[in-house]
Structures are given as structure tokens and as C-alpha cells.
Design a protein. Structure first.
Length: 111
């Protein structure tokens, strides 16, 4: 991300529960939600699928569109099919993420 100067501010959460709690805190403090969320499916405590359920069922008024990109090493067709069930997921990117992948995302953010 640094190589392509993807973002000025990057917040890293180590698991899905930290991410949910962090986003709720941002909303509570009336802060700015991230433009992009990179979501790993395989995380401890709360995995990516559980995070998506929590995020999609969030009762907070989220007027800002946050782009969510699943980042995973899974090529399981069931995972690829399951992603389609989530309206808020923009794309599924296979690990490792490359500068070219980030460039494509950055380009789509500015359009």
C-alpha cells in the first residue's frame, strides 16, 4: 500500500471483532468511516463472514459508501459464490494482493 501511496491513513484491526468495535466507535464519535475495507475471511475471534453479517445488519445510519474488498487465498467456488450474497462487497481479490490490484481499486475510487 505504501508503494502505490494508496492511502494517507491506514487502520489495521487484527480480527473481525476489533474491526466491528472500531467501526462502531468511529460512528459513535461521528468520525469519518473508511473509504475502503480490506477483509480477510480467515481471522481469529470473528472471521470475515461473521464480520460481514454484523456489518450488513448494522443498525447505525451509515450514509457513506464504504467499498469492501474480500482478500483471501481461498479459491473455493463456494466462497466465491457466497460473496455474491453480500451487497456491500465490491470484489474478491486473491492473495497476495499486488500493487496492480491496489491501482485498480484506487482508480475505481476516483471515478
Amino acid at each position: 500500500m505504501k508503494e502505490v501511496e494508496f492511502a494517507e491513513n491506514i487502520i489495521v484491526y487484527n480480527n473481525g471483532q476489533e474491526a466491528v468495535d472500531g467501526l462502531k466507535e468511529i460512528i459513535k464519535e461521528k468520525g469519518t468511516l473508511p473509504d475502503v475495507i480490506f477483509l480477510d475471511l480467515n481471522m481469529p475471534i470473528m472471521n470475515g463472514w461473521e464480520f460481514l453479517e454484523e456489518y450488513e445488519n448494522c443498525s447505525y445510519d451509515i450514509s457513506k459508501k464504504t467499498n469492501i474488498y474480500i482478500i483471501s487465498s481461498s479459491v473455493d467456488p463456494r466462497d466465491l459464490e457466497r460473496v455474491k450474497q453480500y451487497n456491500k462487497v465490491d470484489s474478491y481479490i486473491l492473495k497476495p494482493i499486488t500493487p496492480d490490484d491496489l491501482g485498480k481499486i484506487f482508480g475505481s475510487k476516483t471515478k
